[in-house]
Design a protein around this ligand. Structure first.
Ligand SMILES: [Zn+2]
Ligand SMILES: [Zn+2]
Length: 147
């Protein structure tokens, strides 16, 4: 004996509702997960560096970021024609990439230079010394504000 048409239609209707609702929820969860993942990848791609503000401020005061091209000009003016300590000067020893003229760099007291981003990542992990010569980043003379 076939089921009454009305009841069957009702059942069909409510089942469609359930399927629709659950698939909507599934889609929402998927969108949220994708959003979260893309945020995560984006922040990794940008290499967002989080240094405690006071620490970053101190670093910026002692070794402010500079454009490589400008630093070279300033360094030559300061040291005359004395060449930088080594050819590594042209390469960032953290990422081993060549430093281009327009790159933002941090130059340390020892005249070792690094990409600002690379050095900040290094410095963020509480490594307060030059990756190449292990000289302290915050030299006493440079960090005192009274000078
Ligand atoms: Zn680098
Ligand atoms: Zn150094």
């Amino acid at each position: 004996m076939p089921l009454p048409i009305y009841s069957s239609a009702e059942q069909q209707h409510s089942r469609t509702d359930v399927i629709l609702l659950s698939s909507m929820t599934g889609i929402w969860l998927l969108i949220m997960a994708l959003g979260f993942l893309s945020c995560w990848f984006e922040s990794r791609r940008l290499g967002r560096i989080q240094i405690p503000p006071s620490r970053l401020e101190q670093l910026n005061r002692v070794h402010p970021p500079e454009v490589f091209r400008r630093w070279v000009a300033g360094d030559q003016a300061k040291h005359g024609d004395v060449p930088p300590p080594s050819a590594e000067e042209q390469t960032c020893s953290i990422c081993l990439d060549v430093i281009k003229a327009e790159d933002s760099i941090r130059a340390l007291e020892c005249r070792h230079i690094y990409h600002t981003e690379c050095f900040d990542r290094w410095f963020r992990d509480f490594r307060d010394y030059c990756p190449l010569c292990h000289r302290a980043v915050m030299t006493e003379g440079a960090s005192s504000s009274s000078a």
